[in-house]
Design a protein around this ligand. Structure first.
Ligand code: ADP
Ligand code: ASP
Ligand code: MG
Length: 408
């Protein structure tokens, strides 16, 4: 007996039958004596469909972010009500809440808001009456009552935040694969399911393209030490546990590989080479809440510098606006954009004490005739920027080179 928070992703609630199946799982956990909270995503591809709908209305004029969030939150709101109805039909008392109704307060950064607090009393009041509580993922409200969303994949963040404030025994993340694999199983067919992975490795994998969990959710889980169990909603197999690091994890040099499929490199040319300029540029980018990586600076002969960095395709519109401001503030800076890039990475806490990982990765890419355009490393990862069209191949050969498909 305990307190369980379960989250069902879009494919796991895609139609009436799947909603009933997810509901049955939650009801079964309740009948075993647990208190159960269920977080749900929008059904199937609803969020993508809503984005396409906005595009069809707005054309090339980017929609106001506030209105975009007003639109996107509706997806999850459909699912909560249907999930509550399914549970009632199964004879289980249940009540659904939007983000605002559980006082899930965020900052006012529309489209990627950060969670600040949750009113756990409302949740406990209902749980203590024996009900299953259903919460809309991916959404919150600002202190002023504006509706916000938490970034793509944000229902993961709702799961972990609710789990953390309630002191849940476990957060179960139900999705369409059996757990976390050594690489995306849709791209690498012989990828292997991992039984346990550390928060730090999962943070890197998620940040480097393993979209099965949102990075922010893992950050939150690490901070509050909330264990996450990633499982398949269509079977009862044991999934992957994401937990604090244990000493024996360092025996495995590389735990997984990941691919970011669509990156754009921005190069700022003729940037004045003076102290404080980089801080100004990246300060403005950070203020716009855009994540950049792979930063390269080259100083030229004429006292100016070239500064390059990559962003994800989804941030392209936002970065264009910021870059316009930078060019205006720092003459004679100019900007060029190079799209169609990807990034392949390997991750493992064992890299801290083992050598030779970089060489092995570069050899595998060169044998596959994949050109490396840039390299970045951290204590536990190595990443290479490559052509987008070679992304899948790169992930496959790197996975093979480290023999990740074989259990160690
Ligand atoms: P949900 O709708 O349940 O949130 P997502 O589509 O967001 O599901 O995430 C699940 C998908 O993540 C999988 O179908 C898989 O293709 C992809 N994925 C990418 N990298 C990995 C990985 N290392 N392990 C498992 N799944 C991964
Ligand atoms: N529905 C949102 C999305 O598609 C949130 C989520 O599924 O986690 O990104
Ligand atoms: Mg997801």
């Amino acid at each position: 007996m305990g307190l369980i928070v379960q989250k069902f992703g879009g494919t796991s609630v895609a139609d009436a039958e799947k909603i009933h199946k997810a509901a049955r799982r939650a009801v079964a956990a309740r009948q075993k004596g647990n208190q159960v909270v269920v977080v749900v995503s929008a059904m199937g591809d609803t969020t993508d469909d809503l984005i396409a709908m906005a595009k069809s209305v707005c054309g090339d004029c980017p929609p106001p972010k506030r209105e975009m969030d007003q639109l996107l939150v509706t997806g999850e709101q459909v699912t909560i009500a249907l999930m509550a109805m399914a549970m009632h039909a199964q004879g289980q008392q249940a009540i659904s809440f939007t983000g605002g109704q559980i006082g899930l307060v965020t900052d006012n950064s529309f489209s990627k808001a950060r969670i600040q607090s949750i009113n756990k009393q409302r949740l406990f009041d209902q749980l203590n009456q024996g009900k299953i509580v259903i919460v809309a993922g991916f959404q919150g409200v600002t202190p002023d009552g504006e509706v916000t969303t938490l970034g793509r994949g944000g229902s993961n963040a709702t799961l972990v935040a609710v789990g953390a404030v309630l002191g849940a025994d476990v957060c179960e993340n139900y999705t369409d694969v059996d757990g976390i694999y050594t690489a995306d199983p849709r791209i690498v067919p012989n990828a292997r399911k991992i039984d346990r992975i550390s928060y730090d490795e999962m943070l890197e994998l998620a940040g480097l393209g393993a979209s099965v969990l949102q990075t922010r959710a893992v950050e939150f889980a690490k901070k509050y030490n909330v264990p996450i169990h990633v499982r398949n909603s269509q079977n009862d197999n044991e999934g992957t546990w994401i937990v604090a690091e244990t000493p024996n994890m360092e025996h495995i040099v590389v735990s997984g590989a990941a691919l970011k499929k669509d990156l754009t490199r921005i190069t700022l040319k003729h940037v004045p080479d003076q102290p404080g300029v980089a801080a100004r540029i990246f300060g403005q980018i950070a203020a716009a809440n855009i994540v950049v990586d792979d930063i390269i600076q080259n100083v030229m002969d004429d006292q100016t510098a070239n500064v390059s960095f990559t962003v994800e395709h989804g941030d392209l519109e936002d970065i264009r606006q910021v870059v316009k401001g930078i060019i205006h503030d720092l003459p004679p800076t100019e900007a060029t954009y190079q799209g169609n890039l990807a990034k392949v990475s390997v991750v493992g806490v064992g890299m801290r004490i083992h050598t030779g990982v970089a060489g092995k990765m570069f050899k595998a890419l060169s044998e596959a005739k994949i050109n490396i355009q840039n390299i970045t490393t951290s204590e536990i990862k190595i990443s290479c920027i490559i052509d987008r069209e070679q992304g899948a191949k790169a992930l496959q050969v790197v996975h093979e080179a480290f023999d990740l498909g074989t259990k160690k």
